[in-house]
Design a protein around this ligand. Sequence first.
Ligand code: NAD
Length: 501
Amino acid sequence: MRFERSAPATLAEWEAVWAKTSLPAGMWLDGEWNAALDGSVATLVTPRDGSDLTVVPAGRAEDVDRAVAGARRAFEAGTWSRLPPRERGDVLLRWADLMEEHREELALLIALEMGKPAATAWAVEVRTSIGLVRWYGELADKLMDESPRGRPDSVAIVSREPLGVVAAITPWNFPMTLSCFKVPAALVAGNSVVLKPASQTPLSMLRVAELGSRAGLPDGVFQVVTGSGPVIGDALARHRGVDTLSFTGSPAVGARLLRAAGESNLKPVALELGGKSPNLIFEDVDDLDAAMDTAAWAIAFNSGQMCTAGSRLLVHASLHDEVVAGVTERLAAVRAGDPLDPSTEFGPLATRRHREDVAAEIRRGRESGARLVLGSEEIPGGPGFHLPPAVFTGVSPGDRLAQHEIFGPVLSVLSFHDEDEAIVIANHSDYGLGASVWTGSLRRAHQVSRRIVAGTVWVNCFEEGDASVPFGGRKLSGHGADKSVHGLDKFTALKTTWMAL
Ligand code: NAD
């Protein structure tokens, strides 16, 4: 069953969705809402206007114990882990249908919890998340084990088995999509999953978890624990009952998780981390307008709070002034506003504290001698944690503006004179997540893509992709892959069964 519908078209229509939405108020454990064992709660603040939104349980280590124990019980019971793969896939397909049915509500929850325009959440984040659940649901019975052509006196089977209990820790910038990069893949492989969403943004995935139970996930197979990162995240990383950990977030927390795993049961830790993605515009670009539209979008989308944000714009010197003028003009015209208003293109930053951090980076950049051609570190008045886009020129490759991940709408423009120099600058980063190359030359498209160290290179586009291709990073951007068939690797163990005939 597919539901074709269009998004609410007015602010009043989104407010009507809110009027009939009840906010999740518990952790989703063992198929029901639960308070924290000690009754603690944390208040969520909406970046829409800075008001208190609701409270959710502030879990502690004993809540993690409860979640992991329930996930383990469910795994051992076999009602999910030993189900025929097609039946697991069918549950995921029903789950995707339910998410489609609740698409407005899910988009609203994302808008309220982290400030993304609801229309964008509806059209991009929730659609992508539904697509991921559906894609893994369809894949369920299309995976094959191997039997190498071995010796005549034996048969070898190389099979993939679920690991048991998977922990997933995810950030606030795409609270649903980045969780759905992991959860359906881990589940379709037969694991149980304990998800810790970012402490600022648990609501959308709590609702998704409840829908999963309605779709037929047995109790305990998908648990969502709420609470602070240092408490819940650390407890999961140290838990001896967790078989593997998949993390998306900052390199600093990734490093902590590796240490915690090393100090406990040596669980594998897959890391999707930060980025400082270069966006290269060569002098032979075919469509300069498209390149400038995309360069502006690549730093304004999600208010720049993207691991893949095109935060370093590398432009051939002959185009530098034209591109700076064009991109600046586009960014100045971006419509900021209420995340529930469908005409809003640019929402507030996710938290008051994050806005202060981004503003401090703009001040630091200005004081460093780079030229601020758009934006300001001044915090605007009015409701919501807004901060308009900023553009710096005169940035050198080693400057903090070209090295530090700001995770906000701050663009650094650098220039280059030839292909080799462009590649050296592009690779002059601790990160290696995404990169974009704008050129009309087939040779250059291939050769530059090969030489850039990144998990994904886009040619004459940016941020494109779907569930069928892997997403991951190199260097400080992490390792491994989410999405695609490769996204299953970290959630399965290879087993060799060797039989003498
Ligand atoms: P973060 O690392 O602060 O938090 C990520 C998650 O870890 C959250 O759930 C948080 O509660 C938890 N956490 C925080 N402190 C912890 C601790 N001490 N121990 C265990 N868990 C802890 O990151 P963020 O601020 O939520 O997100 C921004 C970062 O995430 C940026 O660096 C961004 O580039 C990165 N990111 C990467 C990708 C990717 O796919 N590569 C996608 C989105 C965001």
